[in-house]
Write a protein that binds this ligand. Structure first.
Ligand code: HEM
Length: 144
């Protein structure tokens, strides 16, 4: 699992700190957007999204804070990806969620979401998603 370099790591941290005071709204917007773009994903989740939104914020916090040492999370992230196979998550959903995350960040960060910050978030998402889906070539549990 690739580690972000210090510059990218600092960019995701600096931008995420600005989201944190509005993390509840942010997580509502993210899932609203996801279900708008991929309505087929809605039934995979509980009706009440409160717990899921909390897990999303906790996971983002962990991943952002570990951006320059993601390799330490490799085994946990691979397990997370395996659980997602059982949730019914397909590869295409990972691409949708990438766009949804970037668009929601753009909404909340405005001018602070500059080109370099956007690219750093893309790298962070890809590093995690590639291990979850086995696209890093090391996990045998790539969903179909
Ligand atoms: C980098 C990408 C993703 C991350 C980091 C992530 C993270 C998580 C976490 C931490 C949980 C909590 C449960 C657990 O630990 O197993 C979870 C649950 C879940 N995720 Fe994801 N996820 C990602 C992508 C996706 C995608 C693309 C989908 C499909 C649209 C998805 C659908 C679900 C579902 C259905 C659950 C279970 C909900 C429930 O049990 O009610 N996830 N995810």
């Amino acid at each position: 699992m690739i580690d972000l370099d210090d510059k990218d790591s600092a960019l995701v941290k600096k931008s995420f700190v600005k989201i944190l005071p509005r993390r509840n709204e942010f997580s509502v917007s993210l899932y609203d957007r996801l279900f708008e773009v991929a309505p087929d994903a809605r039934p995979m989740f509980s009706r009440d999204m409160t717990r899921q939104r909390e897990k999303l914020v906790a996971t983002l916090t962990l991943v952002v804070n570990s951006a320059n040492k993601l390799s330490e999370l490799h085994d946990d992230v691979r397990e997370l990806g395996r659980r997602h196979v059982h949730y019914g998550t397909e590869l295409a959903h990972y691409d949708v969620l990438r766009d949804v995350l970037v668009d929601t960040l753009a909404d909340y960060l405005g001018d602070d979401f500059d080109t370099e910050t956007r690219a750093a978030w893309g790298k962070l998402y890809d590093a995690v998603a590639d291990v979850m889906t086995g696209a890093d070539g090391k996990s045998p549990s790539r969903p179909h």
